[in-house]
Every structure is written in structure tokens, then in C-alpha cells.
Design a protein around this ligand. Sequence first.
Ligand code: SAH
Ligand code: SF4
Length: 353
Amino acid sequence: MNDFAVNSKKNEQKKSLYDFTIDDLPLAKNAPKFRRKQLANWLYEKAAQDFNAMTNLGADWRQELSENYIINPFKKIESFPSADDSVRYLFTLEDGLQTEAVYMPYKSRKTVCLSSMVGCPAGCAFCATGALGFGRNLSQAEIVGQIMAIAFAEKIQPKEIRNVVLMGMGEALLNYDNAVSAIRLMINPDALDMSARRITLSTVGLPKQIKKLAKEGLPLVLAISLHAPDDLTRKEIIPTANAHPVSEIIESLYDWQRLINRRMTIEYVMLAGINDAEWQAEALAMVLSKLKTVHVNLIPFNSWGKSSFKSSDKHAIRKFKKVLEQNRMEVSVRFSRGQDAGAACGQLALTQS
Ligand code: SAH
Ligand code: SF4
């Protein structure tokens, strides 16, 4: 893995080529534009890590590129495999801060869970990343680079990774520009050529940004971390609920569904004695009743270090699910992968083992 990872010190000031759009990739003087596609092919199709490997680019251009740019934006990459085959990746960035991603190879598809930040400023009470506080936003290169680094380390083609979930560290809609430009690179046919339909963006629920995202016209899967149907409960566990009542979030989802005609996911972490009562299931069904094609994902709480929350037990989860189903909602229970490697939802907290 070190072959990929280690950038020498003098590289710290250089920009990663993953930070460019394909149309802006640096060209040699007077070179024709089609050369950019050749460079993009090396970067994204072949996942080249060494300018010397890019043999059809011409020695002078390669020299120029290597003097001015780096490819991968990470100083160090460590991996922590889980017994269920998922692998947690810990990235040390050029400034020494760290972030994480998770690789989940299913039989029929390979999925990566990416981070958009170091830590997170939203501070949700049940989330290990929230407890870290905010480090900084990740750049476009640091977001897309997670996919490239995982492909390299797993010895697979980047294009074998067809499913992306932006559900790692951070709130992508608070790093809006970089998250959206990274997504655009993922779906660019000259870069990773992914389908936007297989990219899920999970958000704590920021109405203004959701409305803005709807106007981008990207048919993503939007996942909303609602976690409570009423403002009182929501404010207890999610600080941003003080600024954004449930009604405003739901209104922004109407906008989303009007412009992006796609099924969306409502995430609901099951916290014993907090949000798992029968009345809350009834209220949730009511709140969601006017949205079309909603899928509710009940997530058993994954415990972590200092957290005092407890997951609802199987019985409570089953009952909650039943009430939703009786109200004709589509519901599933998501058991997170990677728990033993600290890679499950909400466990990402930069531990070294
Ligand atoms: N910031 C975004 C995405 C990252 S969190 C968001 O909040 O949606 C990804 C998902 O994991 C969210 O639904 C989040 O609420 C959930 N989560 C956080 N901590 C958790 C925990 N300890 N157990 C289970 N799910 C958790
Ligand atoms: Fe941030 Fe999401 Fe964790 Fe809340 S749940 S602190 S928004 S990463």
C-alpha cells in the first residue's frame, strides 16, 4: 500500500490532479485538447500512481506534471479489515489530519463509504464523528482520492466500484461545492463513469442545501437522517434541529422529489427510550405520508466509546417497523457492516486499531 501512499515532504505544496475537472487538467504548451482525455484515462481508468507509467504522454509533459503536481493526495493510508470482509481505511492527509472510508465488497457489487470532512461540526449526540468536532472540509481530490486509493489497495479497477455512499465522516452538504464537484467527477464518462443513481448522499437534513442540490439535476439517492418525527425529540439528539424544524426539512424534500423524481431514504437510528416509542412510529408515518416513494431505513444504534445511548432491542425495532408497515410505509432494518473494525455507521472516529 505504501507504493501508493507515500508522498515525499516537498509534495505538500503541490495540487493533486484529482482536484481538476477533466476539462481543466493541465496541458503541455500548445498541446491539443484530446491529450486531456489521455491523461484522465491514466488517472481514473488505469489508476496510475506514477507519471513515468504514462508512456503515451511524452517525456516533457510527464516531467512538467511531476514537477508541479501530485496524483494521490494522501501522506499515509492504513487499512483495518473486518471479519465480515469490509475494510476500514484510515487516511492521513498532507496536513497530518485524518479521515476514513470503508470498502464493502458484496457478492454482486463493490461499495465504498466515503467521508466529506475530517470530523463533523454538526455534533449529533449519538455519533462518534460528531464527538470529534470539526477538523476541516475535504477537497475534491481527497474525496475522489478515497475511491482511487481503495481500488489500488484492493487491487481492483476503480471502475469495479459502482456504488458510492457519502455516509462516512462529515456532513457533505456543509462541504457543498467539493462534494458536488467530486460527484460530478465520479459520473464523468472520462473519469470514473459511475451512475449518479448508484451514489447515495446522506445528510443530517439542511433544507436550503437540499433545495440547491435538487437544482443540480443529479439523480442521486438522497438519504435524510431524520431520526425523530417531532422537533422536541430531534432537538435532544441533533443540534441542527434547533435551526431546521422537521416541517422545513420535509418541505425541502417535496422540492427534491419534484425536481429529481427518485426514491429517497429516511434514516432512523433506533435509540432505546428516546425515539423508539409506538407514538413516534405513528408520527413518523404521518410526517412522511405526503412524500412519494420513501424508504425508511431503521438503523440499530452502534455503540462506541463514550456514548451513553443504547440501541433499541429487537422487540422494539420489530414493533416500530410493524407500525410503519401498517401505515403502508416501505421499511427495512439496516445492520451495519464492519462493527468489529470500528467501521460501522457512526463509529468512524479515527482509531488506530
Ligand atoms: N452527516 C451525514 C452522513 C454521515 S453519518 C448524516 O448525518 O446523514 C451516516 C449515518 O449514520 C447517519 O444516518 C447517521 O445518523 C448515522 N449514525 C451516526 N452515528 C450512528 C451510530 N452510532 N449508530 C448508528 N448510526 C449512526
Ligand atoms: Fe455529522 Fe452525520 Fe455524525 Fe451528525 S450523524 S455528527 S451530521 S456525521
